[in-house]
Every structure is written in C-alpha cells, then in structure tokens.
Write a protein that binds this ligand. Structure first.
Ligand code: NDP
Length: 257
C-alpha cells in the first residue's frame, strides 16, 4: 500500500465530458484522482492530458471499470487501495447520458435495465465497495444526477427514473452513513461537453444560452467547482442534499405567447 498526502478521489465515467472536467477541477484543487471509465483508450488518453493539471501534491491514474459489473467494480477498488492507499472522495458520474428512450410502448425491458443498471445500480455498486476506504478517511460521495430528476421532456422515462432514483439513493445513504461519510447529489442542467465528444454536434445558438438566467449554457468546470466544494471541509455541514447547477434554467417561468 502506498501512503500519500494529497486526498484521493475516484471519478467514474471520466474519460470525457463532465467526469473529465470534474477530475481536472479536483486535480487543480490539490487532489489526486483515479479516473475510471468503460472506454480504456479514451480513459488512458484523458489521464495523460489531465496529468498536466496536477498540482504539486496530486497525481492522476486511469483504471478501466464498468460500473454496472460488480466484479469490475471490486477489482477497481482493490487497485485504488494498492496504488493510492486511501480514498477520500467518490464521484458517481458514469452514465448513459442520452435521455431519449422513444415512446414507452417501444422501450424494451433490456434497454430500460441497461440504463438503470449503469446510471443507478452503478452508483450503488461503486458506493458499496468504496465504503470501507471512505469510512477510514471520513470521506464524502457526490452523485451526479440531473435536473431531469425534477422535470421532464417526453419519452425520457428510463433516464428520468434513473436520476430520480439517484437523488433518493443520495438521501437514504446520507442518513445511513451519518457522520461517517457525507453523501450529496449534484444535478446539472445543460452542460456543454461537445469538445470532449467523439461525434461533434451543431454549434450552440444564441437562444440556447439566452434560456438560462445566467445567460449561458454550463461547462464541466461549473460542475467541477461544486464537486470540489462538496467533497471538501467547507461542506462539512451538508449531507443528503441535491444541489441544482443549471444556470437558473429550471427557475425560469415560461408563458407561451
Ligand atoms: P458522456 O457520455 O460525455 O460521459 C459519460 C462517460 O461515462 C463516458 O465516457 C461513457 O463511456 C462512460 N460510461 C458509460 N457507461 C459506463 C459504464 N457502465 N461504466 C463506466 N463508464 C461508463 O456524458 P456527460 O459528461 O454528458 O454526463 C456525465 C454525467 O452527467 C452522466 O451521469 C449524465 O447523466 C450527467 N448529466 C449530464 C448533463 C449534460 O448536459 N451533459 C446534464 C445532467 C446530467 P462511453 O462513451 O464509452 O459510453
């Protein structure tokens, strides 16, 4: 076991998107980070890129993990214990991020189970197997939920249910763990992850930004800043909460003219 001074975080699904941005924020704040993902090639490349964000104390390492596979989860946590010797923070970010499941009459049980298995059961499995190390460190968990836990578009039942479940898992676990490990959720609104996606989508329009009270679509660093706070000592009195980070989009009242 390697003992190190910098606190250590595990971020799931961190090969790209919000997870990669959260890892960068943690590294800049002096954490060491184990980034994990199901995509080995993208994860290795992300770790090499993120190494440039490391502060004096921290380091970054990629570990391949499928959050929906308990054997893979257990192997990853063993590797973290061997390589880092501690775990202070867990960010359950990995998810199937496409909310559109089509009409429910055509949504197969297989597709439903696959989405719930990753977005909800994945967070349960990683939390369960990380708990030993997190307890030793009096650590904290942040679950990346979504504003879709609170409001919906049509044909998004599986994704919405997975994120609503994640918010409920958050407060249930927070009450079970009490002072041992704090557990919170962050619900991002629209976060622009196009620069880390394999398939680029259309550029954002002015109206995309304008529908947010703060006047812009979010960035992964917006979520990273909140995660750094929630994992840190400044959030010692916060547990079981779901913090919405959406630029005010869900607070905007809409009247159709
Ligand atoms: P991305 O698809 O960019 O990143 C998610 C990462 O998780 C991908 O690298 C993906 O790999 C990986 N992943 C998928 N399944 C698994 C698995 N079983 N085990 C391990 N890793 C896996 O998504 P975002 O960055 O946009 O989203 C990150 C999180 O934030 C998700 O939970 C999403 O639901 C949530 N969120 C995102 C919002 C947004 O606007 N972007 C808004 C609200 C919430 P691969 O690509 O190979 O499948």
């Amino acid at each position: 076991m390697v003992e190190q001074d910098a606190p250590v975080a595990l971020v799931t699904g961190a090969a790209r998107g919000i997870g990669k941005g959260v890892a960068a924020s943690l590294l800049r704040a002096g954490w060491s980070v184990a980034i994990t993902d199901i995509d080995e090639a993208a994860g290795q490349a992300a770790a090499e890129e993120l190494a440039r964000h490391c502060g004096a104390a921290g380091r970054v390492e990629f570990i391949c993990m499928d959050v929906a596979d308990e054997t893979s989860v257990m192997a990853c946590l063993e590797r973290i214990e061997e390589d880092f010797g501690r775990l202070d923070g867990l960010v359950n970010n990995a998810g199937i991020a496409d909310p559109d499941n089509g009409p429910i009459e055509q949504l197969s049980l297989e597709a439903w189970n696959r989405l719930l298995g990753t977005n909800l059961t994945g967070a349960f499995l990683v939390s369960k197997h990380a708990l030993g190390l997190l307890r030793e460190a009096s650590g904290a968990i942040v679950n990346i939920a979504s504003t879709r836990a609170l409001q919906s578009e049509a044909n998004t039942e599986a994704y919405a249910a997975s994120k609503g479940g994640l918010v409920a898992l958050t407060h249930a676990l927070a009450v079970s763990l009490g002072s041992a490990v704090r557990v919170n959720a962050v619900s991002p609104g629209w976060i622009d992850t196009r620069d880390t996606q394999q398939q680029r989508t259309d550029p954002l329009r002015a109206v995309d930004h304008q529908q947010h009270a703060v006047g812009r679509v979010g960035q992964p660093a917006d979520i990273g800043a909140l995660v750094v706070f929630l994992l840190g000592p400044g959030a010692a009195f916060i547990t079981g909460q779901n913090l919405v980070a959406d630029g005010g989009m869900t607070r905007q009242m809409i009247y159709v003219e």
